[in-house]
Write a protein that binds this ligand. Structure first.
Ligand code: ZN
Length: 389
């Protein structure tokens, strides 16, 4: 049986998925046109000048943090998830920059056990246990947010994963930034990798933190004041109170392999536990499943494809495409045969209060009304058969 063309020949985006179509020569919209955006994946356009200015700014920001060291207990806050990137960042700050961070972890109620183990191991190893805050009391609000999205998502072209990740990260950012404001800490650092440039490059504008993070849905039922209190309240906090919110990996030399080597060799994370598939939360995985059945592709691919495109020479690009494509097929097939993240998915269904059958039933009902229903079903069939390239 001949392999059928499903994926872009240059990156890994599948045909007929969330508005993406391959041209007759097998190339997707994003690869054809570097400034192409759609509502699920847009990116900040970065030229060399912007990159250089931002890197210069980062060096200055580090200097400033050092100069102010005697005034405060902490020089910055680092959002710490237990994944490889934030772990490496924490290490870099303490041992390379000699800057004292307060690490803050927000438990959304759906963190993986691997992420939690990573956190315990790292904090012990670098003696940061007393410089770490774990906030668990927002779990109810996160759960409501996830439920709201799973039960109300009805778009024919916008991915659930994208919606949930945007709203969830706004809430996480809000809680972390509020903690920094409480302690008068002027810099908040998040370890987003260079492919995570969908909304921000290098710095999150203070205005967005103040005015854009609380979504309109926070004023709908079942959200109440106890939920809204996690967001930055623009009536009580003014723009000048908001710390700088910086994403330094966007301008530093970022090499995923080196980061994994660092966290493993320094015994911060056990060998094999730095894989994002293990540390990403259960909600993202459930949302990926939703999107695969609903739209016929893996939403992860939008981000992985960006990583493939960012490879500079052809050989690296080919290698990167091959690796991500293998991962894509593995995840998609294990979702479809029900073996993907089984324990985590069970926990997800229990916490959200829906069974897998109910959820799948409602997805398929929606999918059947989609004008692209046939193409979506065909994509799913192709994944199941597996003879695809
Ligand atoms: Zn492509």
């Amino acid at each position: 049986m001949i392999k059928q063309q499903l994926f872009c020949k240059n990156c890994i985006l599948p045909n007929n998925f969330l508005g993406i179509t391959l041209s007759p020569d097998g190339i997707c919209n994003f690869c054809h046109n570097p400034v192409y955006n759609n509502e699920n994946w847009s990116k900040v356009q970065i030229d060399n000048k912007l990159r250089k200015n931002s890197l210069d700014d980062w060096k200055l920001a580090l200097e400033k943090m050092k100069q102010n060291q005697k005034k405060q207990q902490y020089d910055c806050v680092i959002g710490y998830s237990g994944g490889k990137d934030s772990t490496a960042l924490l290490y870099k700050f303490i041992y390379e920059y000699k800057i004292r961070p307060l690490a803050i972890t927000i438990d959304t109620g759906f963190m993986t056990d691997v992420a939690k183990q990573n956190i315990r191991k790292t904090l012990k190893k670098i003696e940061m246990i007393n410089n770490h805050i774990l906030i668990e009391s927002a779990v109810d609000t996160f759960t409501k947010l996830y439920k709201w999205h799973f039960f109300n998502h009805s778009s024919n072209h916008r991915s659930l994963t994208v919606d949930i990740c945007d709203h969830c990260s706004d809430l996480i950012h809000s809680i972390v930034v509020k903690e920094a404001i409480k302690r008068n800490i002027n810099n908040v650092i998040f370890g987003y990798s260079p492919d995570q440039i969908k909304r921000y490059f290098y710095e999150i504008p203070r205005k967005e933190a103040l005015y854009d993070w609380m979504p309109d849905l926070a004023f709908k039922d079942p959200f109440n004041d106890a939920d809204r209190k996690w967001y930055i309240n623009s009536e009580k906090i003014s723009l000048k109170d908001i710390p700088r919110i910086i994403l330094p990996y966007h301008v530093l030399d970022y090499n995923e392999k080196k980061i994994i080597e660092l966290v493993e060799s320094k015994e911060l994370i056990e060998v094999g536990k730095a894989d994002p598939v293990l540390t990403n939360c259960h909600v993202v995985k459930a949302a990926l499943m939703f999107d695969l059945y609903r739209y016929g592709g893996l939403t992860y691919a939008l981000q992985y494809a960006e990583l493939v495109r960012q490879q500079e020479n052809n050989q690296d690009k080919k290698k990167s495409r091959k690796n991500w494509l293998r991962l894509y097929k593995n995840i998609a097939q294990s979702i479809l045969n029900g073996t993907f993240n089984e324990d985590g998915m069970k926990k997800f269904y229990d916490n959200i209060g829906i069974s897998k059958e109910e959820l799948l039933g409602s997805i398929i009902e929606q999918r059947n009304k989609d004008p692209n229903a046939e193409k979506i079903s065909r994509n799913i069939e192709l994944i199941k058969i597996g003879k695809i390239k």
